[in-house]
Design a protein around this ligand. Structure first.
Ligand SMILES: [Zn+2]
Length: 233
């Protein structure tokens, strides 16, 4: 059993394409001297309207910056277009292996967790992830393999709801907003998931996420990483 109230902050979409935005977010979190997790896209392709490929290995300074931070580094797909391949388990596994390989080369360690882009997952993918990782997460909660599922919607995305990227998503922005709002009021369970997306920096969303965060910190919620959560349970 786990005592206390924990807040798990995850920085989403960390790729050289968003280097400036990521540095800004991480500076804010480091300033608060708190624990958090960083979700790496090893080889972004054209997911964010750029025709260029952004392989993290081509950006050693950015890698050094990430390694120096206190954030726990985990994987966030291979190129962020991963949901496209979800119905082909062979492809899913192949892509996970490539993602792990790039991650290991960049950070000299094995990633312990995997957050699927846009939280898109299914049973088959989870069975594959279980072979390589200790935990994953979906829209409805965090899955600690061999332990338990921690229910809870991601908070902090309200500012992104008008974003083009989300309008294309299957889960409607209105639903996310509604569920997040209810969830933030009832605090079901003792773990809060707060997400900060790199894009928020450019649409004035970061202030919103940071004020949510500061509010939780002020109210006694303890920052935690996925790995620490996994150890505690
Ligand atoms: Zn993402």
């Amino acid at each position: 059993m786990m005592d206390g109230r924990y807040i798990l902050v995850s920085v989403h979409d960390v790729t050289p394409f968003y280097e400036r935005q990521t540095r800004r977010i991480i500076d804010e979190l480091e300033h608060r001297k708190m624990k958090y997790s960083i979700l790496i896209i090893p080889k972004l392709n054209d997911r964010f309207n750029t025709s260029k490929e952004y392989n993290i290995l081509d950006y050693p300074q950015f890698i050094r910056f990430l390694k120096k931070s206190c954030g726990e580094l985990i994987l966030h797909g291979l190129d962020h277009a991963d949901a496209k391949y979800i119905d082909d388990p062979r492809q899913v596994e192949q892509r996970i292996k490539i993602a792990i390989k790039i991650f290991r080369e960049a950070f000299n360690k094995k990633p312990r967790g995997y957050t699927p882009p846009r939280w898109v997952t299914n049973k088959e993918q989870n069975n594959i992830l279980k072979k390589y990782f200790d935990y994953t997460e979906g829209f409805y909660g965090i899955r600690l393999f061999n332990k338990r599922f921690i229910f809870g919607f991601p908070l902090g995305m309200e500012s992104m709801m008008d974003n083009e990227h989300f309008k294309k998503d299957k889960i409607t922005p209105a639903l996310i907003k509604y569920l997040s709002l209810i969830y933030s009021k009832i605090h079901y369970g003792n773990v809060i998931r707060l997400t900060i997306h790199a894009r928020e920096v450019d649409i004035d969303g970061l202030e919103h996420s940071l004020s949510l965060l500061d509010n939780y910190l002020k109210n006694g919620w303890t920052p935690i990483t996925y790995s620490e959560l996994n150890k505690k349970i």
